[in-house]
Design a protein around this ligand. Structure first.
Ligand SMILES: [Ca+2]
Ligand SMILES: [Ca+2]
Ligand SMILES: [Ca+2]
Ligand SMILES: [Ca+2]
Length: 486
């Protein structure tokens, strides 16, 4: 076993249950091997990202029970086995994008690819759109193309831009959701079309249902999640749509949604809840709200000092409180949408995160000026994602340096305290997922043409817990993701 070299990682704070740094976490209750090195490095045979196009997902492509990596950059989809062996590299003009309001979906850092057993033969398929809007389905183990299909495009859209595997029929991962933006002006993913994949394969392009007035998030593609637990997926955005295409709820926005998340925020209320962070109209009193909605509509909405919540993460950040807490990264003064150069406005560049409890009450409020360590950009945090890194009941957040390919840190979102600072990382992408060892989550970083995978070496205080992958919402949330707001 190897320890992290001290210049690669600096522990800023001694975690509870720390033990001796360097212990390999317990593999109890699992047969997934822990990586021998930390980070585990996979060299990729594809170009490093030059912009915000492309991302990372994992799936068991070769059927050996371990999660493998799928990385996308313009012109390439690359698959690597869990232990780092190259499975295949496909050169193809996969649909990827940057700021979706300008370039269309799937948005910044979106992988633009799905991996699921869509024909129920026990083997994973790879699905994606090409830049001409056509759907392609590959064999996940070999990348051999199984079939492709073009689906008629709604008037007002340029082409289909985003694709999500879903279960609308109750028969498993056998359906697909297509999404497109309006081609002119500020682009929003208002067009949806739901299809059965077997129908498409046969050439039947008639949708299960479609709509042209979906209220999309401004920077992120539609997500799917089974909110009511009936086995069928709802479609999540500013509009919540059920598996049959019926609108269940629409957030009463004065602007747009910057970030969205799904989880059981309120265990006392049946089903999963949706958290939406609004960037509102500055002329309106109702703006910059955090919304919590469920199957029966709005549960609460909160405007905290008109501070735009902007980006966030949900998790059990304070296990002493019921349900999940909501971390809102927010921005400094709220004066500018873009980061402000510090040399010009030294007081304005800092972010002012706040945290709400499951009832919308404020439980924490701080300034990143007080928490960011030396060597971290004063611009603050970006790409904030919930992580169960240590295996305690308490969830943490991992983030990158804002507005640069920078360091990565794990921090306590309630206090802002940094717990782990990966000082030598230059992260092009950051992804959180359970890929090795026990049920705890690893940090996956795409750094140029390498994947770096970090695991906690501290003993797992809760080794018997079930895999996070057992929860359908976990599978869905790790398959369709992209950076929300800057
Ligand atoms: Ca299959
Ligand atoms: Ca459902
Ligand atoms: Ca609930
Ligand atoms: Ca793990």
């Amino acid at each position: 076993m190897r320890t992290l070299s001290s210049n690669f990682v600096r522990l800023l704070f001694v975690l509870p249950f720390l033990g001796i740094f360097g212990c390999v976490s317990s593999p109890l209750g699992t047969d997934w091997p822990q990586y021998r090195s930390n980070p585990f490095v996979i060299s990729l045979d594809i170009p490093a990202p030059k912009d915000d196009k492309g991302g990372v997902i994992v799936a068991d492509l070769n059927g050996n029970g371990l999660m493998d990596y799928v990385v996308t950059v313009p012109g390439h989809i690359a698959a690597y086995a869990n232990q780092g062996q190259r499975l295949w590299v496909k050169k193809v003009d996969i649909r990827l994008s940057m700021d979706s309001e300008k370039w269309g979906l799937p948005g910044q850092h979106a992988p633009g690819v799905q991996a699921a057993d869509v024909d129920r033969d026990g083997q994973i398929e790879i699905l994606f759109l090409t830049e001409d809007g056509a759907i392609h389905v590959l064999d996940g183990a070999t990348a051999a193309e199984e079939w492709s299909r073009s689906v008629p495009v709604p008037q007002g859209a340029e082409k289909w831009e985003h694709l999500v595997v879903a279960n609308f029929s109750g028969t498993g991962d056998t359906d697909i959701l297509l999404q497109a933006t309006n081609k002119d002006g500020y682009r929003m993913g208002r067009y949806l079309s739901a299809h059965n994949i077997a129908d498409l394969r046969r050439g039947d392009v008639a949708p299960l249902w479609k709509m042209d007035d979906f209220l999309a998030c401004a920077h992120t593609a539609a997500r799917v999640a089974d909110l009511d637990g009936d086995g069928k997926d709802e479609v999540i955005g500013g509009t919540i749509v059920n598996s049959a295409g019926k609108v269940l709820y629409r957030f009463p926005l004065t602007g747009h949604i910057d970030a969205i998340a799904v989880g059981d925020v309120r265990p006392d209320i049946p089903g999963l809840e949706v958290v939406a962070l609004e960037e509102g109209n500055r002329r309106r009193k109702e703006r910059d709200r955090v919304f919590l909605a469920g199957l029966n509509g709005l549960i609460w909405q909160v405007n905290y000092q008109n501070r735009e919540p902007q980006d966030g993460a949900i998790g059990d950040f304070d296990p002493s409180r019921p349900g999940l807490e909501i971390f809102c990264r927010s921005r400094g003064t709220g004066l500018a949408a873009k980061p402000i150069p510090l040399e010009k406005f030294p007081a304005a560049g800092y972010q002012k995160p706040f945290v709400l409890d499951a009832y919308g009450r404020i439980i924490s409020d701080y300034n990143t000026r007080e928490i960011i360590p030396a060597g971290w950009t004063p611009m603050g945090l970006q790409v904030c994602q919930t992580i169960l890194y240590e295996g305690t009941a308490k969830a943490l957040v991992v983030a990158t340096e804002r507005e640069q390919n920078g360091n990565v840190a794990v921090f306590n979102p309630i206090t802002g305290r940094f717990l782990l600072h990966l000082e030598q990382e230059k992260a092009d992408r950051l992804y959180v997922v359970d890929v090795s060892g026990d049920w705890r989550e690893e940090i996956v970083i795409l750094n140029g043409d390498e994947l770096h995978i970090y695991h906690s070496e501290n003993p797992n205080p809760n080794p018997g817990r079930k895999r996070l992958w057992d929860a359908q919402n976990y599978r869905r949330s790790k398959m369709t993701w992209n950076r929300s707001s800057n």
